[in-house]
Design a protein around this ligand. Structure first.
Ligand code: ZN
Length: 579
């Protein structure tokens, strides 16, 4: 038996077959009975609850040879062409990919023509909230005076994003999440018809996982059938759902290991779109890394961890690619995050932020993260010493120099005094600096790739006596702030001196800021520096302190901003290169 696309096969073809939306379908059927239908509808509600299916049934009801009728025949040419999606008069538009003014203008030119074969032209705009403001305005003109042969159905999962002017022109119907009991009945009917044996508890598991979406319920049901070789019992369903879970977590761990913050964030996005409880998801990630940690210390088999062979291999790989200190740090961060997520209005943003920091250890300035970085430097050093080759010896020197530099930073910050005065060199003009700028950037890149990543967004604006001003575009305050930090600043200053042969003190500004004299700028934003400065005492200790009291990173709105900045920048790629 072919099980392909149960969802298409069981798509409702009459108002009565739409499950869980009785209020909507009855009202629509009544209006068709009395000929009292509207020319603009808004179908609002969660995904997979039957919005576009109902829109198609409405199109059939209007165009059926027996219509307008609340019960389209589903046999006539009009009904069949609409069911098959071949009708030239029923046009489905995905507003997510046709959201611009030109798409809507195009539509406006076409609606004036009478339908080719049917009675009415029906335009179904899916994800209508995605339209641009201009497109909405053009649409509004059509909704104000629709030709008598046109009906619009705007479907959306996010009605609050629609302009009030549009909403007021539409007759609105709210689609509800389908209750579990109705989904179970629906699945049981389909199972009986398809000749599949399925226990009620198994169907209940599927229905719960579908979270009110009839479409998702059918998609999962179909996958379980092929996963369990046709039998659908509770064990098969639980196994299948767990498998998706394990795959997702392995994928997430791989993204983190590769320093791929964007990949990790995509996983969260997907979980969010599936309507999952993200705090629970964070706890599952925590559990995932607990397994990774266990594998680093004991000889275990798949049964011990209750996972299948494929997942076990994935876990083993991750046990090798992360240091145990880093895994412990992950577990701690995720535990704190899961707790924090209960008390925030934007749990998704919080989780994404934490994952971005977990992926790019460079961005994490907590004592634990610094311990992780020191540990990896030590490991690298040890590896090179063991290898003892010529190339290795060169690299060791480099690493030692790097360590020394880091130590110096801490000493200076510990003293909490102003940075040492820099003597002004011979005058130099902006044109010369700009000409040499690519060389300066290359030199910075050789020294530290993160400094280079931040610098990419800035450009030299002024050169004064012993000072150079780097300006950043308005949206790049994070990059500018990072470059103001001593370690990045020093690297740029060194590069400038090496390329231009002159000592220049670096100052970074945002483009809208007027550039001020050096003296005033010296006291700028002391709080921000205070906050982002690593704790020198803890940082010197490689061991993880279990009871570190620390303001969670996500209370810092600057960090939220940072994550947003990262999404728009190539920085993630830059950092990945270093790994
Ligand atoms: Zn018909």
């Amino acid at each position: 038996m072919a099980y392909i696309s149960l969802y298409r096969k069981w798509r409702p073809s009459t108002f009565e077959e739409v499950i869980g939306q009785k209020y909507v379908t009855q009202t629509l059927a009544n209006s068709l009975r009395t000929g009292n239908y509207s020319h603009a509808y808004l179908f609002a509600g969660p995904r997979g609850t039957g919005k576009t299916s109902t829109a198609r049934i409405l199109a059939k009801a209007l165009n059926c040879v027996e219509g307008p009728t609340p019960t389209p025949c589903n046999r006539c040419t009009a009904c069949r062409s609409i069911s098959e999606g071949t009708s030239v008069d029923v046009i489905e538009i995905d507003a997510a990919s046709n959201r611009g003014i030109d798409d809507i203008r195009d539509l406006r030119e076409r609606i004036i023509f009478s339908p080719a074969a049917a009675r009415m032209k029906v335009y179904i705009l899916d994800e209508a909230h995605m339209l641009t403001l201009q497109a909405f305005n053009a649409l509004l003109k059509m909704l104000e005076e629709p030709p008598s042969h046109v009906v619009f159905v705007l479907a959306t999962t996010e009605p609050h994003k629609m302009p009030p002017t549009i909403l007021s022109r539409c007759q609105r119907f709210d689609f509800r999440s389908v209750p579990v009991t109705l989904l179970v009945e629906h699945l049981a009917r389909i199972a009986a018809d398809e000749g599949v044996t399925a226990g009620e508890s198994a169907l209940r598991l599927i229905a719960r996982r579908a979270r009110g979406s009839a479409r998702d319920a059918l998609v999962i049901f179909e996958q379980v059938i092929s996963y369990g070789d046709g039998s659908v019992d509770e064990g098969a369903v639980a196994g299948f759902l767990g498998l998706i879970e394990d795959e997702t977590l392995i994928e997430l761990g791989e993204s983190l290991a590769a320093g791929n913050a964007a990949g990790a964030i995509r996983t969260v996005e997907r979980a969010y779109e599936e309507g999952r409880d993200l705090a629970q998801f964070a706890r599952e990630m925590q559990e995932h890394f607990r397994k990774v940690f266990l594998l680093q210390f004991s000889e275990l088999n798949p049964e011990d961890l209750e996972v299948d062979e494929g997942t076990f291999e994935g876990l083993r790989k991750q046990a090798k690619s992360f240091t145990s200190t880093r895994v412990v740090h992950f577990i701690q961060s995720l535990r704190e995050t899961a707790k924090e997520m209960q008390n925030t209005s934007s749990p998704r943003l919080l989780l994404e932020e934490v994952l971005a920091v977990m992926a790019c250890s460079e961005l994490d300035t907590s004592p634990q993260a610094l311990a992780v970085r020191i540990e990896s430097l030590e490991a690298e050093l040890e590896r090179l010493i063991r290898r003892g080759s010529d190339a290795g010896a060169g690299a060791i020197k480099e690493k030692e120099a790097f360590d020394e530099e880091e130590t110096q930073d801490f000493e200076i910050e510990e003293a909490a005094g102003p940075p040492p005065a820099v003597s002004a060199g011979a005058p130099i003009d902006l044109a010369t600096v700009r000409k040499s700028w690519p060389k300066v950037k290359d030199r910075v890149k050789e020294k530290k790739i993160t400094t280079h990543a931040f610098l990419l967004e800035g450009k030299p604006r002024e050169v004064g006596e012993g000072e150079i001003v780097i300006s950043f575009p308005p949206g790049r305050s994070f990059h500018r702030g990072e470059l103001e930090k001593e370690d990045h600043k020093r690297i740029l200053e060194q590069a400038l001196e090496e390329v231009l042969g002159i000592e220049l003190k670096v100052r970074s500004v945002l483009e809208e800021e007027p550039s001020q004299p050096v003296d005033e700028a010296g006291g700028g934003e002391p709080k921000e520096r205070e906050r982002s400065r690593p704790n020198p005492v803890s940082a010197a200790e490689p061991a993880v302190e279990p009871e570190v009291k620390k303001t969670p990173a996500h209370h810092d709105s600057g960090k939220v901003k940072m994550v947003k900045d990262i999404f728009g920048a190539e920085m993630i790629e830059e950092i990945k290169l270093k790994e």
